[in-house]
Each structure stands twice: as C-alpha cells, then as structure tokens.
Write a protein that binds this ligand. Sequence first.
Ligand SMILES: Nc1ncnc2c1ncn2[C@@H]1O[C@H](COP(=O)(O)OP(=O)(O)OP(=O)(O)O)[C@@H](O)[C@H]1O
Ligand SMILES: Nc1ncnc2c1ncn2[C@@H]1O[C@H](COP(=O)(O)OP(=O)(O)OP(=O)(O)O)[C@@H](O)[C@H]1O
Ligand SMILES: [Mg+2]
Ligand SMILES: [Mg+2]
Lengths: 257, 257
Amino acid sequence: MGETIAIINQKGGCGKTTTAVNLAASLSKLGKSVLLIDMDPQGNATTSFGINKQELENNVYSAISGQVSVKKAIISTMLENLFILPSNISLSGVEVELSKLDNYHLVLKDLLAPVKDIFDYLIIDLPPSLGIITINGLVASDSLIIPIQAEYFALEGLADLTNTINLVEERLRSPSPIKGIVLTLYDSRTRLAKEVYIEVKKYFGDKKNIFKTVISRNIRLAEAPSYGIPCIVYDEESRGARSYLKLAKELIDSENE
Amino acid sequence: MGETIAIINQKGGCGKTTTAVNLAASLSKLGKSVLLIDMDPQGNATTSFGINKQELENNVYSAISGQVSVKKAIISTMLENLFILPSNISLSGVEVELSKLDNYHLVLKDLLAPVKDIFDYLIIDLPPSLGIITINGLVASDSLIIPIQAEYFALEGLADLTNTINLVEERLRSPSPIKGIVLTLYDSRTRLAKEVYIEVKKYFGDKKNIFKTVISRNIRLAEAPSYGIPCIVYDEESRGARSYLKLAKELIDSENE
Ligand SMILES: Nc1ncnc2c1ncn2[C@@H]1O[C@H](COP(=O)(O)OP(=O)(O)OP(=O)(O)O)[C@@H](O)[C@H]1O
Ligand SMILES: Nc1ncnc2c1ncn2[C@@H]1O[C@H](COP(=O)(O)OP(=O)(O)OP(=O)(O)O)[C@@H](O)[C@H]1O
Ligand SMILES: [Mg+2]
Ligand SMILES: [Mg+2]
C-alpha cells in the first residue's frame, strides 16, 4: 500500500519542488518505487526531469478533467523506479473549475486511487498557495513534509499553514499528520538561520517532528534542473545530493519505528 | 497623478515582497509620496513594517468587500511619505468570491481610484500565482516591475508570465507595459547566475527593459523584516539598502527621459 506524502508550504521559494524531486529520486535510488505528482501549474517538477511541458500529450490536468485515465498520463523518467504525473500551465484553470463541484476536495484523492497500490511512495509537489489545489493535496495525502527556509517570512506563514491543515482535518475529515519539517536552503554561517531554527523548534514543540537532516544551500541543487536531471544523477557526490539521500533514509527508517 | 506599479512574478521566493517594500521605502526617502498595497494573503509586506496582521482593524480585504472605505484601511508607517494598505489571510477568500462577478478584474482598479492622485507612486505586492488577485494587480497598474531570481526555474516561468500579461492586455483591454526587469538575489560568484542573466537578456530583447541596478544577495535584506523595518531604516549603509535606493533613483530618472 503506497504512502502518499504532500510537500507543502504556501511560502514561495522555500524548496518544495527541490525537495519533492530530490526526495523522490533518492527514494527510487534506495529501491523504492515512486510516483512524483506535479500539482503546480508552474510545472517545475516536470521540467526537473527534462520533460518538455509544452509538448506533453497528457498531464495531470487532462487526467483530472477526464480526457485521459491517470495511468495513461503517467510517464517514466531516467530513473528505473521513478515515474511522474507531469503538469503545465493548463492546471491553472482547475481552481475555478473545481470550486463549482460539491466534492471539489476529493478530486485528486479519487484520481490517484487506482495507482496508489502500485507504488511504495507517491510524492505530491504543491504550488505556493492555500487554494483548492493545495486542499486537494492535503486530502489526497496520508502525511505531510513541510520544507521551511530558515528566514523570517517562513515563520510568519506557519500559523496560516497549520490553521489550514487543521481546518482540512476537522471540516473535510481528512487528517494528514505532519511526517516532518525539513530545514532547507540552510546557511549555517548566518545568525538569522540559527534564530529561525530555534523559533521553528519552539513552534512545533516536541522534537520528533523535525527531521535531523538539514538541507544546506548547495549550488549543485540549483544547477541540476537546468540539465533536466535530479541532483543525485547530476552530481551524486555533491552535498545537496547527499543531503537528500540522507533525508530519504531518515524517512524510510522512521517508517520502521 | 500617481503611477501604479505592480511587482509581479508567479515564481515563488524571487524577491517580490523585498522589492516592493524596499523600493517603496527608497522612493519615500527620495521625497516621493508612496502607497504600498499588500495584495498577498501571506501579508509579508504588512509585517515588514512591524504591523500585527492578526490585530488589524481594517485591511485590503475589508475595503474590497465594502466593509470600510479604502481611505479608512490605509495606515501610516515609520516613514513620513510612505503609507500602506495592509493585508492578512482574510484576503485568500477573495479569489473564489470575485470569480462570480462579471467585472472581477476591475475590483482593485476601482478601489484605488479615489486615492490614486494623492500619491506619486502606488506599489502593489502580488502573490506567487497567476490567479484573480494577480489579474486585478495587472489591470490596476500603469506599469510592471518583474523581479527575477537568477536561477533556472525563473526562466521556465517567463513564458507563462508574459502570456498572462498579453492576455490581460488583449482580452481585458488593459495594457501594463513592463517598466523593467530587476535581477534579484544575484550571486555573481556562481556561473548559474551569469548564465541566467544572459538568457534573460536574450528573452527580453532590447536592453532598455532591464534595470542596470542588480540586487545582490545581502543578508541585511533578509534580517530587516524580523525587526519590522525596511532595510533602509535597519541598515542604511548595507549593500541591500543601497541597491534599492539606486533602483529607486533609476526608476525616477527613467520617468524624466
Ligand atoms: N538547498 C538548496 N541549495 C541551493 N539552491 C536551492 C536549494 N533548494 C532550492 N534551491 C533553489 O532555490 C530556488 C527555490 O527553490 P524551489 O523552486 O524548489 O522552491 P519552491 O518552494 O518549489 O518554489 P515555488 O514556491 O515557486 O513552488 C530554486 O531556484 C532552486 O533551484
Ligand atoms: N537580495 C536579497 N538578499 C538576501 N535575501 C533576500 C534578498 N531578496 C529577498 N531575500 C529573502 O529571500 C526570501 C524570498 O524573498 P521574498 O519573500 O521577498 O520573495 P517573494 O517573491 O515575495 O516570495 P513569495 O513568492 O512567497 O511572495 C525572503 O526570506 C527574503 O527575506
Ligand atoms: Mg515549486
Ligand atoms: Mg512575497
């Protein structure tokens, strides 16, 4: 039975896509079968695998709108155990369209149901907002990973994010426990990063929620997407690739506890 | 007659709020009267001035929904010539509400009409999306400034952004010329930054659209919001504060050409 994990944070640029892509790639390298679902109209997770967004025959929007089955929209990547449900700007129309449906919040969960058992992990990349696409991501997921950039605005957004998670749990009866918080773009030389890290620990209380693995700023993570390959393929020895492999191992270990 | 400038880019974390806040503060230091409009439900521009988002009596949403006049929702800041129309998470409900109106795209333009002539500049901070709030920002503005982080995903998003700008111009008959592109979070030590800069110049063709001022990465810009003051107040001598002052001067000079 596959575990569906949504990578969520409405703050822009905090490393959601970089985490979704490199965590999915690392899990597949560790022998897990993984489906990466790009639920961001920007399609950054899709282009991170060298896929031409404009020329896609099928994508997550054509599957959601019923033009094609989800199985037909899934494509393989250069990694053996890793598949992707790609997206492009066509997905941006879905928020207004879904808002007219009664069960607008179950659309993604229902779409993924036929393929959930084929994979060990289903990783969902979400856009920087708390709208209907993100609500769908919350309802479809079994658990959440929250990437937090160690900067001030990230702290500001935590209350809005946890409020939304709690609302979905109460009103839509769809709990998604937080699997973990991962510090991203971490620059240990700055006082700001350390201060924010301390505040994040205070905010989330018991330590079990914060991954021990911290993802430092590493230029190889930012370069890899321009070559259309995940960092573990672009530069396996880089600090960035090794951090995400470590995060993947920490994630798998936490399942066995 | 005030000029309304929207700071726009759907890519998250590219420096929209940092540019809106520090450009507005710099223009006010140069003697211009400025209104900063926070159209992002995250409310980062609002908290950049030490304003408690949760305790706000009035905000841009209460003005848009007609509970209070726009004049009553505007508050002063620590800078003499700078005022702000603040926001908080209450704004996130507006996209679905406005989608039901025929003139959904004119709401912000009509809201600002009574105050447009009171200021020299009205600067609009927008969220990381191309939804109804951003469309309102495009229609309400006379011109646009596009902050671009010198990284790969920023290039990916340019086509979607310029398509949206052109659509609003043709379908909603509301042209907003691009006043300029500003490179943000620029790290001149990396090859990636230089490569992206070259690609951006290729994409936008004639040089006149790209501001000569490049905003380098400078930790003081990221620290200032945690003290609730713009960088020019937090550390006037910092590279970050000086870059935005230079950008403000370049903007004013371009008006006089
Ligand atoms: N650890 C890191 N080291 C260096 N660069 C990074 C790292 N993580 C992310 N980046 C870069 O920072 C930028 C923002 O990251 P990314 O796009 O993954 O964030 P996001 O949260 O998905 O953004 P959005 O809100 O737009 O979806 C990208 O250019 C990415 O390449
Ligand atoms: N030139 C800079 N030097 C250092 N830090 C910066 C700079 N510009 C922005 N930052 C920091 O980078 C992060 C992203 O910037 P900011 O929040 O302004 O981007 P944004 O485009 O408004 O994000 P969003 O898409 O979430 O609205 C913030 O933590 C900010 O403090
Ligand atoms: Mg992303
Ligand atoms: Mg912002």
